[in-house]
Design a protein. Structure first.
Length: 344
């Protein structure tokens, strides 16, 4: 079968290879892949940015892709899954034995393994995955939404678990990429009175989509977001979600947060910030990290999915075959399009 694999720990060194079709273990589901999504982490693996990939240390070649979905071929007898079910996959594997796994927080497990980074992922034709990581779509949901569920869960973890939106909150989302848009969409769904989302001129298409989804877009190259926010509320934001991973915006983030406000840090910064922390003390702000998701997040996301699925589908702008993966990755790197899908 075909698979897109990283061959060596250096920039580039990624290719379509032939690989043996997996044989599922007794507790695994064999899935025929229908589609995979691309995110910034995949670009970092392609370019081999040490700030991101240093945590992985895989055995090469490693099949890339942590956003993927497909249909069940075979499943364990006692599983509720059956052949033909459309499923999405939680690509995160905790050790199941440590304190954090016991607490239901495998995203903090020191032995955590991410498919597509530490071990083989889903940019291939078939995968075998432990049944507990496989989630069937609710009835009457368009199967095309399935490859978007992994990034959706990043937003669900931030908005519903780590830094929950309260009804009437004013929310600012820094960064108009897919995670930023998903976070803003979920904040609206959770009851925020206003959601402001910031981007740059290169994000023009994304900011227009944000407006169509009920958010207030701000191009920070032409409008000061702090001044804009003051027109919405003199109290500043109740919550700011930082999704851009740009260390330079951290001081601005602190300026946007109101007294007793909260910040959800989602983006992975590749450099240091020189932000002055005095406002955090004087305003009693809360700075809260939000990493990935847990098993509880996926179950919650499946309950939320019927309410957001139609808007979620609007994020898909491009589809490519496996042989065009470098073109697809380059589009993501250049911030062109929104959510880009790969198909075997």
């Amino acid at each position: 079968m075909k698979a897109i694999a990283k061959l060596r720990p250096e920039p580039g060194a990624m290719a379509v290879i032939e690989k043996e079709k997996p044989v599922p273990a007794a507790d695994e589901v064999l899935i025929k892949i229908g589609a995979g999504g691309i995110c910034g982490t995949d670009v970092a693996i392609w370019k081999w940015y040490e700030a991101v990939v240093g945590q992985y240390a895989p055995t090469f070649p490693v099949v890339v892709g942590h956003e993927f979905s497909g249909t069940v071929v075979t499943a364990p007898e006692k599983s509720s899954l059956k052949p033909g079910d459309v499923v999405a996959v939680n690509p995160q594997k905790g050790c199941g034995k440590c304190r954090y796994c016991d607490l239901g927080r495998p995203t903090l497990c020191d032995q955590r393994r991410m498919m597509g980074g530490h071990v083989d992922g889903g940019w291939t034709e078939f995968v075998a995955v432990p049944v507990k990581q496989v989630h069937a779509l609710p009835e009457n949901i368009d199967p095309a939404v399935a490859p978007l569920l992994e990034p959706l869960n990043v937003g669900v973890h931030a908005v519903y678990e780590r830094v929950p939106v309260r009804g009437g909150d004013v929310v600012v989302v820094i960064g108009a990429g897919p995670i930023g848009l998903l976070t803003g969409l979920l904040a609206r769904h959770a009851g925020a009175s206003e959601v402001i989302i910031t981007g740059v001129s290169a994000d023009a298409t994304r900011l227009r989509l944000a407006a169509d989804l009920g958010m207030l877009p701000v191009n920070v190259e032409t409008t000061d977001p702090v001044d804009y926010l003051k027109k919405i509320t003199p109290e500043n934001a109740d919550i700011v979600y930082e999704t851009s991973g740009n260390a330079a915006v951290v001081p601005q983030m602190l300026d946007l947060i109101g007294k007793a406000g909260r910040a959800g840090l989602i983006g992975l910064c590749h450099s240091h910030s020189n932000a002055i922390t005095t406002p955090v003390v004087l305003k009693e702000m809360e700075l809260i990290g939000s990493r990935g998701y847990n098993d509880t997040t996926w179950r919650l996301a499946m309950r939320l999915l019927p309410g957001v699925a139609k808007d979620l589908m609007r994020l898909v702008t491009h589809e490519f075959g496996f042989d065009e993966f470098e073109t697809a990755l380059a589009l993501v790197e250049k911030r062109e399009g929104m959510k880009i899908i790969l198909r075997p």
